[in-house]
Ligand binder design. Structure first.
Ligand code: AMP
Ligand code: ZN
Length: 470
């Protein structure tokens, strides 16, 4: 079955058609974090959806070249640096680092490149692109010295968002004083320096200033992936104006269709409202780790609902994620034990399905894919209960799991060389801790220790290592 995705541009499910089907190499651009504070788990819903997309494309044999930008200059970062009275780069550095730590904890694959908007290479390219847009009549410098994109000159403007130009509203990310613009919807490409920018600014043919947020992505995307990209992603809030503007700028410069497939994920909600910094209804990853959840539990909780359906964040949902992973872990342990059986009395021939992958082919239908996984767990557990599974079949299921786990990446971290008895004690201890049974947890720690191992609690769950000689 062919891969199909919902394309925001056409508002239809379309067969995935990369630019170069023969080579099976595809380019993916994903809008990354604005590093003015620690990203919240709403942001990570978007990044986990993109991770799932990349991993499934890879499962299907594509080689993915993915770029994720880091927005390290915009109104919010500048304001933050000013308030902290430190240079912009010093202000953004810890948030960049926190972002990389968080994606690692949640097992999100790193993009091939993480270009930063302030990198002089890209600033030069932004200036070049703006220059071309002006020369083509698609942009103009207004009296306030800022440069704006002239949306009336770009016939396709509004096609991604399916917007009528007359309904355009101004947004937070353009300069606030609108008087200088020809049209309220014209957006800033280059923002003239003002006092609030402090020492942030670059020289340009239009005077000192800084790039607008949208041109940053157009410049980094085309610089690293070329004029045409196979897939471009983000959250639905990126559709307008950000991605609409990216199309106008990029196509205005190259004259070529910028993106073949636009994919956007729905929001992570809290009590029906978008989780966001501005509403204050957010959790960061450390907030959840402090409550005892592990990176993979959070990964599962954010991944388990289809990316186009809004997902409500609840503690109950976190508990369900934990239970689901426990079921997977126990199932894997049983399968491994069955696979290791020397004497085989069981029957062969349980069917391994392809439904998991096929569900993901269908616009990344993870809910259906997981449904199939748990159905398989139920059936295989039943077979094992009745001693009807032989070692070869158990091994086949383990191989199947290995394959689908390249997409899910949900296996507990395996500590190489840890004996099964110690691993089981560590698991029992973890359960005791969850039940706040500290006495039992301490006893189990001692038993682990007596066997020559020690257990440490890390942000990604307990880790078992050989006991260091005291
Ligand atoms: P920002 O740092 O605000 O530019 O956002 C980075 C990414 O996170 C973008 O792709 C947004 O669309 C996405 N995003 C922000 N808030 C949420 C949310 N509550 N749920 C899902 N995605 C979000
Ligand atoms: Zn972007």
């Amino acid at each position: 079955m062919a891969l199909r995705f919902f394309n925001t541009y056409s508002r239809q499910i379309e067969e995935f058609q990369p630019r170069d089907p023969a080579k099976r190499k595809i380019s993916v651009y994903t809008c990354g974090p604005t590093v003015y504070s620690r990203a919240h788990i709403g942001n990570f819903r978007a990044y986990i959806f993109e991770d799932l997309l990349q991993r499934h494309l890879e499962l299907r044999g594509y080689k993915v070249h993915r770029v994720m930008n880091i927005t390290d200059v915009d109104d919010k970062t500048i304001r933050g640096a000013r308030e902290a009275k430190i240079p912009l780069s010093k202000f953004t550095a810890p948030f960049k680092q926190a972002f990389f730590e968080d994606i690692e904890t949640m097992r999100i694959k790193r993009a091939d490149e993480f270009p930063a908007a302030t990198d002089p290479r890209y600033v030069d390219r932004m200036i070049e692109m703006i220059d071309t847009l002006i020369s083509r009549g698609l942009a103009y410098q207004a009296d306030d010295k800022s440069v704006y994109f002239r949306i009336n000159k770009f016939a396709d403007y509004g096609k991604l968002a399916h917007f009528d130009l007359t309904q355009l509203q101004s947004t937070g990310r353009v300069k606030h004083d609108e008087y200088d613009k020809e049209h309220i919807g014209d957006f800033a490409l280059w923002k003239a320096w003002d006092e609030e920018d402090g020492d942030v600014g670059w020289e340009s043919p239009w005077g000192r200033g800084r790039p607008g947020w949208h041109i940053e992505c157009s410049a980094m995307a085309t610089a690293l992936l070329g004029d045409q990209i196979d897939i471009h992603c983000g959250g639905v809030d990126n559709i307008f104006p950000h991605h609409e503007a990216e199309i106008a700028q990029s196509e205005g410069v190259t004259g070529k269709k910028f993106v073949r497939h636009w994919l956007h994920c729905a929001h992570l909600l809290v009590d029906g409202q978008k989780m966001s910094k501005s509403l204050g209804n957010f959790y960061t990853l450390p907030n959840l780790l402090e409550k005892g959840y592990t990176g993979r539990e959070i990964r599962y909780a954010l991944m388990r609902v289809h990316y186009r359906a809004p997902l409500n964040f609840t503690w109950k949902g976190m508990e369900e994620a934990r239970q689901a992973l426990t079921r997977i872990d126990e199932w894997l342990m049983r399968l491994r034990a069955t696979a290791a059986k020397k004497i085989d009395k069981g029957k062969t021939g349980m069917q391994l399905g392809t439904q998991f992958e096929e569900a993901l082919d269908d616009d990344l239908n993870i809910s259906a894919a997981l449904g199939f996984l748990f159905e398989s767990i139920r059936e295989t557990n039943r077979a094992m209960d009745q001693n009807e599974m032989d070692a070869a079949t158990a091994n086949a299921w383990l191989d199947w799991w290995k394959r689908i786990n390249t997409v899910l990446d949900l296996e507990p971290e395996t500590e190489v060389g840890v004996p099964a008895e110690v691993a089981q004690l560590a698991k029992d201890r973890e359960n005791a801790r969850r039940e706040k049974n500290w006495k039992r947890s301490d006893q189990l720690r001692e038993r682990i220790s007596a066997l020559g191992w020690e257990v440490r609690d890390t942000k990604d769950g307990p880790k078992v290592t050989p006991r260091s000689a005291a």
